[in-house]
Design a protein around this ligand. Sequence first.
Ligand code: ZN
Length: 281
Amino acid sequence: MPIRKRYQHEQVEGARVGRLDAGINTTFIVYRIGSTLIDCGPSNQWRSVREFVAERRVKQLLITHHHEDHSGNGARLARQFGLTPLAPQLAQDKLSSGFYIPPVQRMVWGRPHPVETAPLPDQVVLADGGLLYPVHTPGHAKDLTCFYLPQQKWFFSGDLYISKSLKMLRADENLVQLIDSIGKILTLDFEVLFCPHRGIVEEGKASLQAKFDNLLSLCGEVQGLAREGLTSREISDKVLGPEGWISKLSRYNISKINLVDAALTVDLDRPVTSQVVLPAA
Ligand SMILES: [Zn+2]
């Protein structure tokens, strides 16, 4: 499959790749800032990723988290460009030894090839100049780390954003942590958000704020219906509608009911107080 779409915002370029085009959840955008690559796309799309990286030598590869759509081509890029990818410490064992990927995800993305990585430092000096700060944002995955460039007011969100309104949750996602992480990121000063699924979001901070607000109001609605005596299934059908094909195919590993069950565990009276502390430049 050739590159599906190209993106550009100032010095950032992107290429959307994917075997299936069934919406943003089955395609992936590999971004680069000059010769620094941010995530590397699924392994079954190596041909399109190779076409993209053939245009400009890759000197650095930064990985946001271990998921196969983000890390799949790490080993090939490491070999081709003689580099060691930088990844969150919590991702390193999974990236080097492999990890379980449910069948539906294997069908969409393929399997990543094992790759040795080095841990992301507190700050990264980009190959073409400029500073990038990794910020740990657990919730979607324990290791998810986003990348913040304060000077440009850019934010590379990994899978923190994806959509203004979350409709489903993976069984291994932690909604309480996700809300906390978004709240923490909203204390940063940024404008443009680069999402590997949604695309380039110019009103990035406002969109992330909208996701935060929507999540809290969803939790409020779900908890209100639970107090009226509705079951999780009834609440899910009423608030989010019937489960779609992804839920069924993934055996409810990715489903609406997971989101409802998680929304019941969120303490809405507990304020989000985490802050991002950037190391001195
Ligand atoms: Zn992910």
